[in-house]
Design a protein around this ligand. Structure first.
Ligand code: G1P
Length: 401
């Protein structure tokens, strides 16, 4: 079935990680977030992929090209972000007059559930949550959807909309919906029309997560790494100790005295050690460096990031080509034991995590002995002084000296 993947968004709530790349291209395990969706879609029966692109579109085009995993790929551009129905409308000219699937490019779906969505069209993906109020919520009769309400105060069920739709062909004519109260043209309004016209099944997914905020990127990596299987293609010193599911890709090296407790993924050309400790669900990105006496726990270091000497990095997301000066230390736990809060679009937001460290934009550099407080964000290209204690976010800088 032809499949539209929505990948036009910047992801302002992910800043500063999206300063130089669109949110769907953030790394999860060994590939971009949206590649997990594309792979699962192809395995589930996508015959063709149409990506809707916008912000930093070249990144998406460069990754997927004209053909991906054996299926043809096409692109549609959404110039302004006016909502998900508007995004699919941008792709309408690329679609055959036939049923089609629409998937969010910045959500992670479990592949087996996605396959049942494809098999059950017309259908929508659903997920059971404790508090459905921040979502679109389904009203159901058995497994047939009878209605959908956006962000209800009094939810009709605990089954929420996860942005995975298998639409009948007719839905292509129903994309011109009115703007919603938040000023967007929403696919949920399109879905409401589909529900009025045919039986739409709710497929309850085993796993789903939206990846909208930095700590959700950690959650996405934790989930993907949870099914990692041990593989060593790189160069591992005889005195290194790899415990559990650890992958060392070709070209990577792990030196003497290193302990890696899986799941951990050491990507190609990365170097770890000597005498380093890597644990939790950690990704050491392509060409990244974890040096002597450095501990990295449950974190994502993106390509080219360097944590060279005597540092601790816990529960953090560290962008591309970041450099941590010797002795840089991250706090990932509050003394009052409360969950860590992060500023998201100027609003203090609870991560729900007792352990959360920092978020560091591409190319930032810390001076030696920098102390970074739990929940702090360093903008892309930001700098800290030697010995600086950072308790407030630093903005992204556009040019660096
Ligand atoms: C959108 C949909 C909502 C859905 C959610 C899932 O909301 O409108 O129905 O539950 O995605 O992530 P948004 O994230 O744009 O507020």
């Amino acid at each position: 079935m032809q499949t539209v993947i929505l990948a036009a968004g910047e992801g302002t709530r992910m800043r500063p990680l999206t300063a130089h790349r669109p949110k769907p291209m953030l790394p999860v395990g060994d590939r971009p977030l949206v590649a997990h969706t594309a792979d699962a879609a192809v395995a589930a029966g996508a015959s063709r992929l149409v990506f809707v692109v916008g912000y930093e579109a070249a990144d998406v085009r460069d990754h997927f090209g004209d053909e991906y995993a054996g299926v043809p790929v096409d692109y549609a551009t959404q110039t302004e972000q006016r909502g998900t129905a508007d995004a699919v409308r941008a792709a309408r000219g690329r679609l055959d007059d036939a049923p089609f699937v629409v998937l969010n490019g910045d959500d992670l779906y479990d592949p087996a559930s996605l396959e049942s969505l494809y098999r059950s069209a017309p259908a929508v993906g659903a997920f059971r949550v404790d508090d459905p109020r921040p979502y679109g919520v389904f009203d159901v009769d058995g497994d047939v959807v009878t209605g959908v309400t956006e962000k209800p105060d009094d939810p009709p069920s605990s089954l929420v909309n996860i942005g995975a739709y298998a639409f009948p062909a007719a839905a292509q004519q129903w994309l011109d919906v009115e703007e919603s109260s938040r000023g967007e043209r929403e696919l949920t309004d399109v879905l409401a029309r589909v529900v009025d016209n045919c039986d739409v099944r709710a497929i309850t997914f085993e796993f789903w997560t939206g990846v909208g905020r930095p700590w959700e990127l950690l959650g996405a990596n934790e989930w993907v790494l949870s099914s990692l299987e041990r593989r060593v293609d790189g160069d591992v010193h005889a005195d290194a100790d790899l415990r559990g599911p650890v992958v060392v890709e070709a070209g990577a090296s792990v030196d003497a005295g290193v302990v890696v407790e899986g799941p951990a993924l050491i990507r190609r050309d990365a170097s770890v050690g000597p005498n380093a400790y890597v644990r939790g669900a950690t990704v050491v990105g392509e060409g990244a460096t974890v040096g002597h006496a450095v501990e990295v726990k449950n974190s994502v270091l993106m390509a080219g990031a360097t944590v060279g000497h005597l540092s601790y990095v816990g529960d953090s997301v560290v962008g591309r080509d970041v450099n941590f000066g010797a002795g840089t230390t991250v706090a990932n736990l509050r003394h009052d034991d409360e969950t860590v809060r992060v500023q998201v679009n100027e609003e203090s937001t609870d991560t729900g995590r007792r352990k959360f460290g920092v978020v560091v934009g591409d190319g930032a550099k810390t001076g030696i002995e920098t102390a970074l407080n739990a929940g702090v964000k360093l903008g892309a290209g930001a700098r800290t002084e030697p010995g600086e204690t950072v308790t407030r976010d630093k903005p992204t800088v556009t040019s660096t000296e």
